[in-house]
Design a protein. Sequence first.
Length: 294
Amino acid sequence: MKKLIIFLCFIFTISAFPFIASASTSCATKYPIVLSHGMGYTDSGMLGIGYWYNIPSTLTSNGAKVFQSNQTAMASTADRAAQLKTYVQQVLATTGAAKVNIIGHSQGGLDARYMISNLGMAPYVASLTTVSSPNRGSSVADVLLGLDADVDGWISGLVNEIYLWMFGGEENSQAAAQWLSVKFMTNTFNPETPNISGVYYQSWSATMDFPPILDKVLFTVSWAILEWYEGSNDGLVSTWSAPWGTYRGNQGGSWFGGGVSHVNMCDQFLDFTPFFNAPGFYVSMVSDLKGKGY
Protein backbone atom coordinates (compact mmCIF):
# COMPACT_ATOMS: atom_id res chain seq x y z
CA MET A 1 0.00 0.00 0.00
CA LYS A 2 2.84 2.39 0.87
CA LYS A 3 4.45 1.81 -2.53
CA LEU A 4 1.11 2.42 -4.25
CA ILE A 5 0.64 5.73 -2.43
CA ILE A 6 4.17 6.82 -3.37
CA PHE A 7 3.53 5.87 -7.02
CA LEU A 8 0.26 7.84 -7.15
CA CYS A 9 1.91 10.87 -5.57
CA PHE A 10 4.67 10.66 -8.19
CA ILE A 11 2.12 10.55 -11.02
CA PHE A 12 0.21 13.53 -9.63
CA THR A 13 3.46 15.47 -9.20
CA ILE A 14 4.77 15.01 -12.73
CA SER A 15 1.31 15.77 -14.12
CA ALA A 16 1.31 19.10 -12.32
CA PHE A 17 4.42 20.41 -14.07
CA PRO A 18 4.66 21.75 -17.65
CA PHE A 19 6.03 19.59 -20.40
CA ILE A 20 9.79 19.72 -19.93
CA ALA A 21 12.10 19.18 -22.86
CA SER A 22 15.37 20.59 -24.02
CA ALA A 23 15.15 23.31 -26.62
CA SER A 24 14.56 21.72 -30.00
CA THR A 25 13.17 22.38 -33.46
CA SER A 26 10.58 19.60 -33.31
CA CYS A 27 7.79 22.18 -33.65
CA ALA A 28 9.47 24.40 -36.28
CA THR A 29 6.63 24.16 -38.79
CA LYS A 30 6.82 25.65 -42.27
CA TYR A 31 3.97 28.01 -41.42
CA PRO A 32 3.36 29.85 -38.11
CA ILE A 33 0.85 28.55 -35.56
CA VAL A 34 -2.24 30.59 -34.69
CA LEU A 35 -4.05 29.52 -31.51
CA SER A 36 -7.76 30.40 -31.76
CA HIS A 37 -9.50 30.48 -28.36
CA GLY A 38 -13.04 29.51 -27.42
CA MET A 39 -15.88 31.48 -25.87
CA GLY A 40 -15.61 33.29 -22.58
CA TYR A 41 -12.03 34.45 -23.10
CA THR A 42 -10.96 37.99 -22.22
CA ASP A 43 -7.63 39.79 -22.26
CA SER A 44 -6.98 38.66 -18.67
CA GLY A 45 -7.65 35.04 -19.55
CA MET A 46 -9.53 32.61 -17.35
CA LEU A 47 -9.45 33.71 -13.70
CA GLY A 48 -6.51 35.93 -14.63
CA ILE A 49 -4.63 33.03 -16.22
CA GLY A 50 -3.76 32.97 -19.93
CA TYR A 51 -6.23 30.89 -21.93
CA TRP A 52 -3.56 28.46 -23.18
CA TYR A 53 -1.43 28.65 -20.00
CA ASN A 54 1.90 26.84 -20.69
CA ILE A 55 1.11 25.70 -24.23
CA PRO A 56 2.44 28.75 -26.17
CA SER A 57 5.74 28.93 -24.29
CA THR A 58 6.30 25.17 -24.62
CA LEU A 59 5.66 25.25 -28.36
CA THR A 60 7.96 28.25 -28.74
CA SER A 61 10.74 26.51 -26.83
CA ASN A 62 10.46 23.68 -29.34
CA GLY A 63 10.89 25.94 -32.35
CA ALA A 64 7.33 27.02 -33.22
CA LYS A 65 6.29 30.55 -34.14
CA VAL A 66 3.14 30.96 -32.06
CA PHE A 67 0.47 33.66 -32.18
CA GLN A 68 -2.66 33.93 -30.03
CA SER A 69 -5.86 35.44 -31.40
CA ASN A 70 -8.22 37.50 -29.28
CA GLN A 71 -11.78 37.32 -30.54
CA THR A 72 -14.70 38.79 -28.60
CA ALA A 73 -15.47 36.61 -25.59
CA MET A 74 -19.17 36.22 -26.40
CA ALA A 75 -20.38 36.66 -29.97
CA SER A 76 -21.73 34.72 -32.92
CA THR A 77 -19.27 32.52 -34.79
CA ALA A 78 -19.65 34.76 -37.86
CA ASP A 79 -18.61 37.85 -35.90
CA ARG A 80 -15.71 36.06 -34.23
CA ALA A 81 -14.59 34.62 -37.59
CA ALA A 82 -14.35 38.14 -39.04
CA GLN A 83 -12.11 39.14 -36.13
CA LEU A 84 -10.00 36.03 -36.60
CA LYS A 85 -9.57 36.90 -40.28
CA THR A 86 -8.20 40.32 -39.38
CA TYR A 87 -5.80 38.75 -36.90
CA VAL A 88 -4.55 36.11 -39.36
CA GLN A 89 -3.94 38.81 -41.95
CA GLN A 90 -1.83 40.67 -39.39
CA VAL A 91 0.19 37.52 -38.67
CA LEU A 92 0.80 36.98 -42.39
CA ALA A 93 1.91 40.59 -42.80
CA THR A 94 4.19 40.42 -39.75
CA THR A 95 5.86 37.13 -40.57
CA GLY A 96 5.82 37.27 -44.37
CA ALA A 97 4.45 33.72 -44.36
CA ALA A 98 2.20 32.57 -47.17
CA LYS A 99 -0.10 30.59 -44.86
CA VAL A 100 -0.78 29.71 -41.23
CA ASN A 101 -1.63 26.59 -39.26
CA ILE A 102 -4.63 27.19 -37.02
CA ILE A 103 -5.33 25.26 -33.84
CA GLY A 104 -8.79 26.09 -32.55
CA HIS A 105 -10.18 25.09 -29.18
CA SER A 106 -13.96 24.88 -28.75
CA GLN A 107 -15.72 27.74 -30.59
CA GLY A 108 -12.32 28.89 -31.81
CA GLY A 109 -12.29 25.92 -34.17
CA LEU A 110 -15.69 26.90 -35.57
CA ASP A 111 -14.49 30.49 -36.04
CA ALA A 112 -11.65 29.15 -38.18
CA ARG A 113 -13.91 26.82 -40.19
CA TYR A 114 -16.28 29.70 -40.98
CA MET A 115 -13.39 32.02 -41.84
CA ILE A 116 -11.85 29.50 -44.22
CA SER A 117 -15.07 28.59 -46.01
CA ASN A 118 -16.96 31.87 -46.05
CA LEU A 119 -14.50 34.74 -45.73
CA GLY A 120 -12.07 33.94 -48.54
CA MET A 121 -9.21 32.78 -46.32
CA ALA A 122 -8.74 29.22 -47.61
CA PRO A 123 -5.64 30.15 -49.69
CA TYR A 124 -3.96 31.40 -46.52
CA VAL A 125 -4.58 28.41 -44.23
CA ALA A 126 -2.45 25.28 -44.55
CA SER A 127 -4.16 23.29 -41.80
CA LEU A 128 -6.90 23.53 -39.22
CA THR A 129 -6.85 21.43 -36.07
CA THR A 130 -10.03 21.59 -33.99
CA VAL A 131 -9.69 20.57 -30.35
CA SER A 132 -12.92 19.77 -28.49
CA SER A 133 -14.87 21.91 -30.94
CA PRO A 134 -18.66 21.37 -31.16
CA ASN A 135 -18.55 20.65 -34.89
CA ARG A 136 -22.06 19.17 -34.72
CA GLY A 137 -23.24 21.45 -31.94
CA SER A 138 -23.74 20.92 -28.21
CA SER A 139 -27.02 19.84 -26.63
CA VAL A 140 -26.15 22.10 -23.71
CA ALA A 141 -26.90 25.06 -26.01
CA ASP A 142 -30.17 23.48 -27.16
CA VAL A 143 -31.33 23.01 -23.57
CA LEU A 144 -30.20 26.50 -22.60
CA LEU A 145 -32.18 28.02 -25.46
CA GLY A 146 -35.25 25.87 -24.78
CA LEU A 147 -35.10 24.27 -28.22
CA ASP A 148 -36.02 20.82 -26.88
CA ALA A 149 -39.75 20.61 -26.18
CA ASP A 150 -39.18 17.62 -23.86
CA VAL A 151 -37.11 19.70 -21.44
CA ASP A 152 -38.96 21.47 -18.63
CA GLY A 153 -38.58 25.23 -18.52
CA TRP A 154 -36.98 25.19 -15.08
CA ILE A 155 -34.16 22.99 -16.42
CA SER A 156 -33.45 25.44 -19.23
CA GLY A 157 -33.53 28.25 -16.67
CA LEU A 158 -31.06 26.46 -14.42
CA VAL A 159 -28.69 25.75 -17.30
CA ASN A 160 -28.96 29.38 -18.39
CA GLU A 161 -28.02 30.63 -14.91
CA ILE A 162 -25.03 28.28 -14.76
CA TYR A 163 -24.00 29.31 -18.29
CA LEU A 164 -24.09 33.01 -17.44
CA TRP A 165 -22.18 32.38 -14.19
CA MET A 166 -19.44 30.48 -16.01
CA PHE A 167 -19.11 32.71 -19.06
CA GLY A 168 -20.49 36.07 -18.00
CA GLY A 169 -23.73 37.89 -18.69
CA GLU A 170 -22.68 39.76 -21.80
CA GLU A 171 -25.46 40.79 -24.16
CA ASN A 172 -24.03 38.58 -26.92
CA SER A 173 -24.06 35.41 -24.83
CA GLN A 174 -27.38 34.26 -26.26
CA ALA A 175 -26.13 34.86 -29.80
CA ALA A 176 -23.11 32.72 -29.05
CA ALA A 177 -25.31 29.90 -27.74
CA GLN A 178 -27.59 30.02 -30.78
CA TRP A 179 -24.63 29.39 -33.06
CA LEU A 180 -23.57 26.36 -31.02
CA SER A 181 -26.86 24.45 -30.86
CA VAL A 182 -27.13 21.02 -32.48
CA LYS A 183 -30.09 22.16 -34.58
CA PHE A 184 -28.27 25.21 -35.94
CA MET A 185 -25.01 23.38 -36.61
CA THR A 186 -26.83 20.51 -38.33
CA ASN A 187 -29.32 22.49 -40.39
CA THR A 188 -27.44 25.70 -41.16
CA PHE A 189 -23.77 25.97 -40.22
CA ASN A 190 -22.36 22.72 -41.58
CA PRO A 191 -24.24 22.78 -44.91
CA GLU A 192 -23.06 26.36 -45.44
CA THR A 193 -19.50 25.75 -44.20
CA PRO A 194 -18.02 22.90 -46.24
CA ASN A 195 -14.40 21.83 -46.01
CA ILE A 196 -12.26 23.49 -48.65
CA SER A 197 -9.87 21.49 -50.81
CA GLY A 198 -6.25 22.30 -50.12
CA VAL A 199 -6.74 22.79 -46.37
CA TYR A 200 -5.86 19.87 -44.08
CA TYR A 201 -8.57 19.36 -41.43
CA GLN A 202 -8.04 17.24 -38.32
CA SER A 203 -9.68 17.01 -34.91
CA TRP A 204 -9.41 15.75 -31.33
CA SER A 205 -11.93 15.11 -28.55
CA ALA A 206 -11.78 14.56 -24.78
CA THR A 207 -13.80 12.73 -22.13
CA MET A 208 -14.56 13.24 -18.47
CA ASP A 209 -15.39 10.40 -16.10
CA PHE A 210 -18.18 10.00 -13.57
CA PRO A 211 -18.35 11.22 -10.92
CA PRO A 212 -16.76 14.55 -11.92
CA ILE A 213 -14.00 15.41 -9.43
CA LEU A 214 -11.33 18.09 -9.01
CA ASP A 215 -12.00 20.95 -11.45
CA LYS A 216 -14.53 18.79 -13.33
CA VAL A 217 -17.26 19.56 -10.78
CA LEU A 218 -17.82 22.84 -12.66
CA PHE A 219 -19.20 20.81 -15.54
CA THR A 220 -21.41 18.38 -13.61
CA VAL A 221 -24.73 19.64 -15.00
CA SER A 222 -23.55 20.13 -18.58
CA TRP A 223 -21.76 16.75 -18.50
CA ALA A 224 -24.99 15.04 -17.43
CA ILE A 225 -27.00 16.76 -20.20
CA LEU A 226 -24.52 15.70 -22.86
CA GLU A 227 -24.27 12.17 -21.46
CA TRP A 228 -28.05 11.87 -21.82
CA TYR A 229 -28.32 13.31 -25.33
CA GLU A 230 -24.99 12.55 -27.00
CA GLY A 231 -22.96 10.13 -24.88
CA SER A 232 -19.37 10.46 -23.68
CA ASN A 233 -18.15 14.06 -23.44
CA ASP A 234 -15.73 16.50 -21.83
CA GLY A 235 -18.38 18.55 -20.04
CA LEU A 236 -19.29 20.81 -22.98
CA VAL A 237 -18.58 18.85 -26.18
CA SER A 238 -19.22 15.17 -26.92
CA THR A 239 -17.13 12.61 -28.76
CA TRP A 240 -19.98 12.52 -31.29
CA SER A 241 -19.72 16.24 -32.03
CA ALA A 242 -15.96 16.87 -31.92
CA PRO A 243 -14.68 14.77 -34.86
CA TRP A 244 -14.15 16.73 -38.07
CA GLY A 245 -11.91 16.02 -41.03
CA THR A 246 -9.34 13.44 -40.01
CA TYR A 247 -10.29 12.37 -36.49
CA ARG A 248 -7.05 11.84 -34.56
CA GLY A 249 -8.52 10.42 -31.36
CA ASN A 250 -9.67 11.09 -27.81
CA GLN A 251 -7.83 12.26 -24.68
CA GLY A 252 -9.11 10.56 -21.55
CA GLY A 253 -6.47 11.07 -18.87
CA SER A 254 -6.98 8.89 -15.79
CA TRP A 255 -10.15 7.65 -14.12
CA PHE A 256 -8.86 8.65 -10.68
CA GLY A 257 -8.27 12.18 -11.96
CA GLY A 258 -11.75 12.52 -13.45
CA GLY A 259 -10.61 12.24 -17.05
CA VAL A 260 -9.96 15.28 -19.25
CA SER A 261 -12.43 18.17 -19.20
CA HIS A 262 -13.17 20.74 -21.87
CA VAL A 263 -10.83 23.29 -20.31
CA ASN A 264 -8.11 20.76 -19.50
CA MET A 265 -7.64 20.55 -23.28
CA CYS A 266 -6.31 24.11 -23.28
CA ASP A 267 -4.10 23.49 -20.21
CA GLN A 268 -6.51 24.56 -17.47
CA PHE A 269 -6.55 24.29 -14.54
CA LEU A 270 -2.91 25.17 -13.94
CA ASP A 271 -1.47 22.38 -16.04
CA PHE A 272 -2.70 19.69 -13.63
CA THR A 273 -4.57 16.75 -15.17
CA PRO A 274 -3.34 13.29 -14.12
CA PHE A 275 -2.10 11.24 -17.08
CA PHE A 276 -2.73 14.10 -19.52
CA ASN A 277 0.00 16.62 -20.24
CA ALA A 278 -1.53 19.39 -22.32
CA PRO A 279 1.69 21.15 -23.42
CA GLY A 280 3.19 17.79 -24.37
CA PHE A 281 0.03 16.93 -26.29
CA TYR A 282 0.33 20.12 -28.34
CA VAL A 283 4.04 19.54 -28.94
CA SER A 284 3.17 16.15 -30.40
CA MET A 285 0.38 17.70 -32.47
CA VAL A 286 2.57 20.46 -33.93
CA SER A 287 5.50 18.10 -34.49
CA ASP A 288 3.14 15.96 -36.55
CA LEU A 289 2.09 18.99 -38.60
CA LYS A 290 5.77 19.69 -39.24
CA GLY A 291 6.24 16.12 -40.40
CA LYS A 292 3.35 16.55 -42.82
CA GLY A 293 5.06 19.57 -44.36
CA TYR A 294 2.84 22.25 -42.85
